[in-house]
Design a protein around this ligand. Structure first.
Ligand code: IN0
Length: 413
């Protein structure tokens, strides 16, 4: 749907979308003037859509550390993803990456588009990294070291079992959670979270991405990327790519629902992690991606479109999440709403229906037991298509513009 069509269908989206646009403009204007910091922040805007905005929540020191952490990990990812690099070249780079970040002269060209620029100018990221406080540097180095080693381990290994899947996701995402918790602690604003909860924060996001990106990954040229564990998909098809063929739609959707059910296992840990945060800006920074993840799972569940094209939350709903996520009550509210939406989509003939429903009931129970469900504006399940105040505002604005225009032309004649 075009953006105008989306707005006509969801007039409520207009205000948060405009606010988001203004926030994006404001963020881009705030890009620092020093060349290395300028490069890092403009790169962040190029390689991420919402993350660059979400990071604006944080105070300068912590924001700089998170920005560099993000870019270092994106660079590591670029090396891992580049199928044109021979394994014997790639593995040593991944393993030594944590040392390269200290070396302004290190350079390795790979990747495409904006990632090629990131790799080509990596010395600017190193320069900025070297300006961070020592405790931030150490946290970033430690995680880069462990992640690089984990990625190297999986270069020649497929994701067979659910344990492999959890292990792979731990390296590429769970460790990001551990790293961020260390950075939050180093900022003096938070207690150090338990590793298992930090890990779940990353796993919940990464598993959602892996589910959503099935088609993009399987169609990757020159070689498919396969992250769905064989232990799950082999219950439904003989080969992972068979899921994309129309004749396998029923099995494909059952497999998808199995994957969503697996991801939902992390939701309660995520709620616990977020409820322990004390700093408002860190809280919002963490909560927004988590709400988008459960929202994406709700849209993907039982949806054959995952095997046909891109299934994403519409931009307006993302804008609403960014605008309306302020407190833990909002998070419980959103998790409750999306769990209810998922519940309404469960077909009792699905092979995992009972398991899925019990996970959803557990999530709803946690949200209810917080005692905060009534203290929120529910924004997801509220009737969204009422042409309420937003449309009136648009009409008033349109008439004012037309009136101003006609009186201006009248005066000039
Ligand atoms: C992230 C995470 C992230 C943000 C906030 C708190 C977190 C706590 C624990 C673990 C991860 C946390 O968020 C980003 C979000 C992102 O990049 N979104 C994309 C949109 C998309 O659809 O991919 C965007 O374009 O904005 C995230 O996905 N990851 C990430 C990476 C580094 C850091 Cl520092 C924080 C990646 C991953 C693999 C899921 C952890």
């Amino acid at each position: 749907m075009g953006s105008l069509g989306a707005i006509v269908k969801h007039p409520d989206d207009l205000y948060p979308l405009l606010k988001l646009k203004m926030a994006a403009r404001h963020a881009e204007k705030q890009i620092p003037s020093e060349p290395h910091w300028g490069f890092c922040y403009s790169m962040l805007h190029k390689v991420s859509r919402s993350f660059a905005l979400v990071i604006q929540q944080l105070d300068t020191d912590l924001r700089n550390a998170v920005c560099i952490f993000y870019l270092v990990l994106r660079a590591l990812d670029t090396v891992e993803d580049d199928t044109s690099i021979a394994t014997e070249v790639k593995v040593p780079i991944l393993k030594a990456f944590h040392r390269h970040i200290y070396d302004r002269d290190w350079h390795f060209s790979c990747g495409t588009k904006e990632y090629k620029v990131l790799m080509g100018q990596f010395h600017l990221v190193s320069t900025a990294f070297l300006e961070l406080a020592k405790n931030y540097q150490e946290a970033i180095e430690d995680i880069t070291d462990r992640m690089g080693a984990g990625m190297a381990k999986f270069i020649c290994k497929e994701v067979e079992t659910i344990d492999d899947y959890d292990e792979y996701c731990h390296y590429v995402a769970g460790l990001v959670g551990l790293g961020l918790s260390k950075l939050f602690h180093a900022s003096g604003k938070e207690n150090l979270a338990a590793d298992s909860l930090s890990n779940s924060m990353g796993l919940f996001l990464q598993k959602t991405n892996i589910i959503r990106d099935y088609l993009e990954d399987i169609n990757e040229i020159p070689k498919s990327r396969m992250f769905w564990p064989r232990q799950i998909w082999s219950k439904y098809v003989n080969k992972l790519e068979d899921l994309k063929y129309e004749e396998n739609s029923v099995k494909a959707v059952q497999c998808l629902n199995d994957m969503v059910t697996n991801a939902l296992m992390h939701a309660e840990d995520c709620l616990k992690y977020m409820s322990d945060l004390r700093d408002d800006s860190i809280f919002r920074f963490c909560a927004i991606p988590q709400i988008m993840a459960i929202g994406t799972l709700a849209i993907c569940y039982n949806n054959v479109e995952v095997f046909r094209g891109v299934v994403k939350m519409r931009r307006g709903l993302t804008a609403k999440v960014i605008d309306r996520t302020k407190t833990i009550a909002d998070v419980y509210g959103a998790f409750f709403d999306f769990a209810s939406m998922l519940e309404s989509k469960v077909d009792k003939n699905d092979p995992n229906a009972t398991k899925t429903l019990s996970r959803l009931v557990a999530i709803q129970k946690t949200c209810r037991e917080s005692g905060l469900l009534n203290k929120r504006k529910s924004y997801i399940l509220r009737k969204e298509n009422g042409y309420g105040s937003t449309l009136i505002i648009i009409l008033v604005l349109l008439f004012s513009i037309m009136f101003a225009y006609s009186s201006a032309t009248r005066h000039s004649n």
